[in-house]
Design a protein around this ligand. Sequence first.
Ligand code: MN
Length: 287
Amino acid sequence: MYKTIQHKVTSPLVNMGPIKLRQPLPTKGIENVDPFLLLHHYGPYVISEFNNPFDLGPHPHRGFEPITLLFKGEQLHRDSLGNEMVVKAGDVQWTTAGCGIIHSEGPTKEFVKKGGELEGIQLWLNLPAKDKMMPPNYQHLEEKQIPNLFSDDKKVQLNIIAGNQNEEFGLIKTQTEVNVFTAAVDKGGEMEINIPESHQSLVYLLNGKVIVNKLEVLEKGESQMITFKQEGNTIHFEAKTTSTLLILSGEPIHEKIAQYGPYVMNTQTEILEAMRDYEQGKMGYLY
Ligand code: MN
């Protein structure tokens, strides 16, 4: 049985400092899709030496997992654990902030010089209270390491980043049960995805046009995200034109959320502690 559609929303442009990006979550009427707290879709920007709008300097995080899925371009990730990794289109960087990490990301110098399009997704996945102060960790997957499966007619490629679909398992280690999939779909391609009844879930359209559950249309520039109620155990999509999708589901954490800036904790006191710990250098250093 298809999962029941709960909300269908646009992906409005918002300002994050000087950066303009799309933010379908949180949005009017949807605070989060527990355990997913925030979804940013940045680009495609045409990057050059004269236009480099997405370059985030060192900043801290605590209490959740910031995840980047890069679709176009090339970025450099650096963090206070000593990681320095080039992230290419199709790659995934999965940061577990835990008790604290400082990281920076932006297009590589070489990419800025050469020029080209940059596009990606940033996703905030909450951690349960018991894991918020775990040691920070960084997982990196190159595109070629990511397991995938195809529809019979090969028009749909589903990439399994975390969780599983049928017998394909993602390589990312997660603290709670989540599925993170992307799909590249040619015109006419369709697929039915299995999602447990206990999961909250959503489908986000990066580009193209699809019909979800043979009922609702998602189209770039119009509605781009559908969230589902827990009841039901499949999600179906069919592409009307070449499309790119992000499909997320997870076991809800059901805990109180205190969120401020780059920190996601359970209480205001813990937020104040995070601010103090960062100022005192307890989240490490990144030069
Ligand atoms: Mn960050």
